[in-house]
Design a protein around this ligand. Sequence first.
Ligand code: NDP
Ligand code: MG
Length: 339
Amino acid sequence: MKIYYDKDANLDVIKGKKIAIIGYGSQGHAHANNLKESGFEVIVAEYPQGGENWSKAENAGHTVMMTADAVQAADIIMTLLPDEMQADIYREQIAPNIKPGSYLGFAHGFNIHYNQIVAAENINVFMVAPKGPGHTVRNEYLQGGGVPCLIAVEKDPSGDTKDVAMAYACGVGGGRSGIIETSFQEETETDLFGEQAVLCGGTTALVQAGFEVLVEAGYAPEMAYFECLHELKLIVDLLYEGGIANMRYSISNTAEFGDFTRGPRIITEETKDEMRQILSEIQNGEFAREWILETKANKPVLNALRRIGAEHPIEEVGDRLRGMMSWIGKNKLVDKSKN
Ligand code: NDP
Ligand code: MG
């Protein structure tokens, strides 16, 4: 697999082109600020006019406009709206205002891959998908690093869309850690699978189950919290730094023996079969249909699950314990007054 770095990109392809960042949220604030500091010309679109995120963007020194105006003013339009809102906003505000030959960008392939947005043939369509949360994309850039990015090209009437995607990816910091070329299909399917089976769904279910088993057995919720949630970060830091072997080098021999012999009893062949089922629902569009219909119905299931999740005892214990650990509050990635 070919991995590109800053040295492989030609930033001149973006010089003189105006980039509109549509949506100043998690990814939007990171792209807008990183690109601007990389020397590109950036405008931001937000809604409502003068709203909270509009002000955050203005306070960071950006020119902020309504989406229709920003699309008219720009050559590169980066769609950083929530996935479930993109199709409506595209139809109502982007498509009627986009100039032929513009470059339309995405940070996730969902709407293009599942045909919720079909751009005109004279529009270039590309993806720059940082493989990390927006606040990390910003923070790593500020530290002089960057989050690796995936790039893909769906439509290329101008013939240089890959160069534009590469330059954009470098502007957000991806060229410092690696840019990998993929397709909208591969990015969409692997991204959804990763967040459902391992990163978000798998991890939260594992943490909650471990917490519940300890508490049900009569152990203090505080102990269960430290053991099953707090320590996870310490283990993940070791995994991130040097892989599974690095983590196993650092833990005790006792922990390592338990890891080898008990781990496969938790993630069994049955669990893997369920992962395969989840993957096939992503591949055959069932998950996409469920999520699109859920959003059309005003998200009744998502809202209920958010409420039930927030009422789980692990949240109350966690709030209390984190309140005692003052250093966790310092240098937070998320500062809701700014980003
Ligand atoms: P967020 O929900 O954090 O941000 C979306 C922003 O769009 C919000 O600021 C929102 O304002 C604003 N917005 C809503 N409606 C409009 C409108 N009509 N016009 C202009 N702006 C509007 O989204 P994310 O950053 O999480 O996601 C953006 C894209 O990036 C998605 O495609 C996602 O899949 C992708 N992505 C996200 C990652 C992440 O870390 N979150 C990681 C990798 C990819 P308000 O809050 O006021 O509604
Ligand atoms: Mg993801």
